[in-house]
Design a protein around this ligand. Structure first.
Ligand code: ATP
Length: 326
C-alpha cells in the first residue's frame, strides 16, 4: 500500500520541551486520519512537520516515499486548512481562493476558473464576488477549504477546522468533509481534541499524549480495546477499574468498562447512587460500589435518586482488560 506520510522516530524538541518525542506512524494514501489528544500533546506540531513549517530535531519524514528533508512547504503537495481560516476579509471570495495561484504566477482567467471549480466543490458557487468578511462562520470555513483544494494537494492537513463553529454547523460540516474526502480520494490528516469528532469521521485515529502516540487504530479498536488507562479515559470517559474489581481477566491489571455498558439489574451488585444528571437522550448516574466510583449512562426513565441504593450489573464480555504495562 502506498504511504502518503511516514514518520520514523520523529522528534521535535524546543529546548527542553519535547513537543514531539519519537513518533513512528504511517498514513495511507486516501485515508481520513485523525490526530486526537489533549492540548499540548503534540498534534499541531506533527501537522506542521508534515506541512514543512517545522523540521524534525531527530528522525525522518517521508511524503509519498520521498524524504521531506529540505523540501520547502510549497513543494510538498500538501495544503493546510487553519483553525482561524486566515482569510483576507476585504478581498472577495474568489480572490481569496485564487490567492495561492496568483502567488505562483498562474494567469488571471485560469485562476478564476480554478477558484470557481473549488468553490463548487464546497457548494459555494455564486459566492465568488462576495467579500470574505461578510460571510458566516460556516461559509468562511468552506472558503478556507476551497483555498486549500484549489492547489490540488494530495494531502490536506486540517488543524481543528471546525473548532470555531457552533454544534449544529459543526455536525453538518463533519458530514461534508467526509463526503468531500471520499469524492476527491484525497488523504486528510485532521487534528482535533474532540474524541467524538475523531471517532465519527476518521478511518483511523492516533491518540497523542506528551508528544507520543499512545495508540493507533480504527475508531472501534480505540474505543472498544484501549491500549492504556490514558486512552480509555480520554476516549469516551470510561470507567477504569482494577481487574480484580470487575472479576475479569488476570489479577493486577486495569480494565475499562464503558458507562453505557452498565445496567440496572435487581439481581446485580448493590450500589449507592451518588449523583444524577439529565443529558437529554441519556441520564448520567454516579455510583459507588464497595468504595469504587462508577459512572453509568442510562436511558431516561424511572431511575433512582442520589442517596438511594440500587443494583447494577454488566456483561463480562464488555469489560476490556488492558495489557500488563498499561
Ligand atoms: P493544542 O490542541 O492546544 O493545539 P497540540 O496537541 O496541538 O495542542 P502542540 O501545539 O503540538 O500541541 O504543542 C506541543 C507542545 O510543544 C506544547 O507544550 C507547546 O507549548 C510546545 N510548543 C509548540 N510549538 C512551540 C514553539 N515554537 N516553541 C516552544 N514550544 C512550542
Amino acid at each position: 500500500m502506498t504511504q502518503a506520510v511516514s514518520f520514523r522516530g520523529v522528534c521535535r524538541h524546543f529546548g527542553t520541551i519535547r513537543a514531539v518525542d519519537g513518533v513512528d506512524l504511517d498514513i495511507a494514501d486516501g485515508e481520513f486520519f485523525a490526530m486526537l489528544g489533549p492540548s499540548g500533546s503534540g498534534k499541531t506540531t506533527c501537522l506542521r512537520l508534515i506541512a514543512g513549517f517545522e523540521q524534525p530535531t531527530a528522525g525522518t519524514l517521508a511524503i509519498y516515499g520521498e524524504p521531506a528533508e529540505g523540501v520547502p512547504p510549497y513543494r510538498r503537495n500538501v495544503n493546510t486548512v487553519f483553525q482561524n481560516y486566515a482569510l483576507f476579509p476585504h478581498m472577495n471570495v474568489r480572490d481569496n481562493v485564487a490567492f495561492g495561484l496568483r502567488v505562483k504566477g498562474v494567469g488571471r482567467a485560469e485562476r478564476a476558473q480554478a477558484a470557481d471549480e473549488a468553490l463548487a466543490l464546497v457548494e459555494l458557487s455564486g459566492y465568488g464576488a462576495r467579500r470574505a468578511g461578510e460571510l458566516s462562520g460556516g461559509q468562511r470555513q468552506r472558503v478556507a477549504l476551497a483555498r486549500a483544494l484549489v492547489n490540488k494537494p494530495k494531502v490536506l492537513l486540517l488543524d481543528e477546522p471546525l473548532g470555531a463553529l457552533d454544534l449544529k454547523l459543526r455536525e453538518q460540516m463533519q458530514g461534508e468533509l467526509r463526503r468531500l474526502q471520499r469524492a476527491l480520494g484525497l488523504t486528510f490528516v485532521f487534528v482535533t481534541h474532540d474524541q467524538e469528532e475523531a471517532l465519527s469521521m476518521a478511518d483511523r485515529v492516533a491518540v497523542f499524549a506528551e508528544g507520543r502516540i499512545q495508540q493507533v487504530g480504527t475508531p472501534e479498536e480505540i474505543y472498544r480495546r484501549p491500549a492504556s488507562r490514558f486512552v480509555a479515559d480520554f476516549v469516551g470517559s470510561s470507567n477504569v477499574l482494577p481487574s480484580d474489581f470487575t472479576g475479569t481477566g488476570p489479577s493486577g491489571r486495569w480494565a475499562s468498562l464503558r458507562p453505557e455498558d452498565i445496567r440496572l439489574d435487581p439481581a446485580g451488585r448493590a450500589a449507592t447512587v451518588t449523583s444524577r444528571a439529565y443529558h437529554g437522550r441519556v441520564v448520567k448516574l454516579g455510583l459507588s460500589l464497595g468504595g469504587q466510583e462508577l459512572t453509568a449512562l442510562l436511558p431516561p426513565g424511572d431511575l433512582p435518586e442520589p442517596g438511594q441504593s440500587t443494583h447494577i450489573s454488566w456483561d463480562p464480555a464488555k469489560v476490556h482488560v488492558m495489557g500488563p504495562e498499561a
